[in-house]
Each structure stands twice: as structure tokens, then as C-alpha cells.
Design a protein around this ligand. Sequence first.
Ligand code: NAD
Length: 355
Amino acid sequence: MAHTVTLIPGDGVGPELAEATRGVIDATGVKIGWEVQDAGLAVMEKEGTPLPDRVLDSIRRNKVAIKGPITTPRGGGFRSVNVALRKALDLYACLRPCKHYTGVRSRFEDVDLVVVRENTEDLYAGVEFEENSPEAREIVKLAGGRIRDDAAISIKPISAFASDRIVDFAFRYAKDNGRRKVTAVAKDNIMKVTDGLFYRTARDVAKRYEGQVEYDEWLVDAMCMQLVQKPELYDVLVMPNLYGDILSDLCAGLIGGLGVAPGANIGTDIAVFEAIHGSAPKYTGLNKVNPTALILSGVLMLRHLGEREAADRLENAVAAVIAEGKDVTYDMKPNRNDPTAVGTKEMAAAIIAKM
Ligand code: NAD
């Protein structure tokens, strides 16, 4: 086998999508040994945890994984497996390419953006203190009148280390993938200290790539307006965690939404590829949902494995099937009740036939 990859089918519609994705990747001819590792709801019932160590051990061993979505129970129940994976494996970069394919209904056509989001710090570090807790009172005191006595408080850590490694990741990605520009996005006119450090670090990193990749900066609010007015002007966008969470969904919306948006979470030597959508529980087992997002995540995985020719061939086949608009799932038809819509398996088969 040329590569061994951990395959986590997930739950809800995950297993159907994983099967379709494995089939099209195998059809490229790239030899992959799939190490299937279950995680999620059913595993919780059997093994008492939704993310057993065997799954993490397999990913650590193989360095590359592709996963279907996993349900996170609301309110009580277990914590998000997706978040736990990112933390346990220090997958510090969230990569979300947002490219429009002809045939996908969207308000915009000329969009080919890549959002790189920092995954480990910012307001998502989870350092929060309830109102009137001893810690909150301490911080209120330190703030010298700038915070109300009864405030709940979230801390926003931004470090030079994490900023350097995420911006460097964005530049490396740009360089390796023939991209021309990296835009750093934050808001240092208001968060002068934290976002100020992010931009200062980004400028230092940009110097390391001078003459190879261009660099510019936007404030996050202005960037949102730019993206919905002139998305074609931008290329790779890099930002701290919270802005990245919001802008990556905005950019997914620009290209037609959840069904077609791939992603990856990447660390120093480990990468986990996954669609950005969830487990769509109401469609479980119905062979109905769109496999495109997970298949395009597979395209990213093939590129990551150095299988660029196979990745291009698979991406072109996906693009051709979408452009034809015949063998596509219900969500890609102009009318969602269109009886000519095909199922997950049939769309995957059409993609294989195109290759
Ligand atoms: P969702 O993405 O599952 O569904 C949102 C909407 O999009 C639904 O109408 C769904 O039917 C539709 N949809 C999703 N994927 C589709 C596809 N491939 N083709 C066609 N339609 C599709 O989001 P949700 O309902 O908020 O979440 C459901 C569960 O998934 C939750 O438990 C959530 O925590 C989990 N989730 C997991 C991940 C992950 O594993 N990375 C990501 C997001 C949500």
C-alpha cells in the first residue's frame, strides 16, 4: 500500500458519506490501506466513550485521517468529539477552501478562497468565569472600573507562538498550492494588544515569504463587506479562532453552502480531513445527502499525501458531474423535490464514471 489512512465513518449520515468517499478515492487508483475506526454515538453506548484511545492511536500512527460527521448531543451528554480530536492531536490549523463550482446554485460565481483559522486559542480557549465568581471578581478589580461588577468574563489569549505558526501555515499552504496572496484578518483598532500582536507577528512571518507570496491586512468587519461584494479579490485568508469560525461559514455560504464545503484540521505532522457539515440525523440511512463535501475533503487529503494528479482528476470529475447537474443529490437541484435527484451512492458512481 502506498498510504495507510485512518477512516472514521462517524454517525448519522457519516457512514454513507464515508463509503461513497472511500469508493471514489479507491477509483483514482491511489493505493490506500484504510484503517476503519468507529467513533461517535454508537461507540459511546458500547465503549463508554465516543472517542476511544484506539482511534487516537490509529491517527497518531498513520498521521492522516478522514472522518464523517459525528453528532454532539445538545445540552447534556458527551462533549464534541470533533473538538476533542483537535485538542488531543493539537490540530492547530483549520483549513477551509471555498471554491465555486459551475452548476452549484449560489449568488456568486467567481469565488476561490481559502480560509485558514487558528484552532487552539482566542475566546475559544474556554477560559471563562461566571458572574460573581471569585475569579471574575478578581478580574473586575484588575480592570479598574472597565468591567461591571456583575459581568461573566471570557478571556481572549492570543500568543506570538500560535500566531506565528498559523500565519506560517497559511503562507506555506499558499506557496505549495500556487496561491498569490495571504490576507491577515483581525481587529487591532479595538483589540490593540491581542489582535495587535497577531498582526505584528503576521508581518514578521510575511517577511520570510517576501517575493514569493504577497501579504495584506484587513479589519474583520471591513473584510466581511469586501467578501460579499468583491470575493474575487481575495485568496488565502488567515485569522484567529473566532473570526475564523464566522468567516469560514460566510465563505461557505458564498460558494453554495454546506453540501459542497470541504475542510481539514491540521497539526505539525497529523492531518484530519472532514466536511464542514454535521451528521444530518434526519437523513440517516436514506442514501439521500450530498457526498460532495466529504469527497472534496478527500481531494484535499490526496493533495496532502502528494497524490496531486489523482486529486486533480477526482476534483475535475466532481466538477463535471455538478456542472452537468443530472446525477446530483436533491440539494443541488433547482427544486428540492425534483424526482430526478439521485442518491449519495449514485452521485458517487457518476463521479467514478467521469474519472
Ligand atoms: P448539519 O450540518 O448536520 O445539518 C444542517 C442542515 O444541512 C440540515 O438541513 C441537513 O439536512 C443539511 N445537510 C447537512 N449535510 C448535508 C449534505 N451532505 N447534503 C445535503 N444536506 C445536508 O448541522 P446540524 O443539524 O446543526 O447538526 C447535526 C449534528 O451534527 C449535531 O449533533 C452537530 O453537533 C453535529 N456536527 C458535527 C460536525 C462534525 O462532525 N464536524 C460539524 C457540525 C455539526
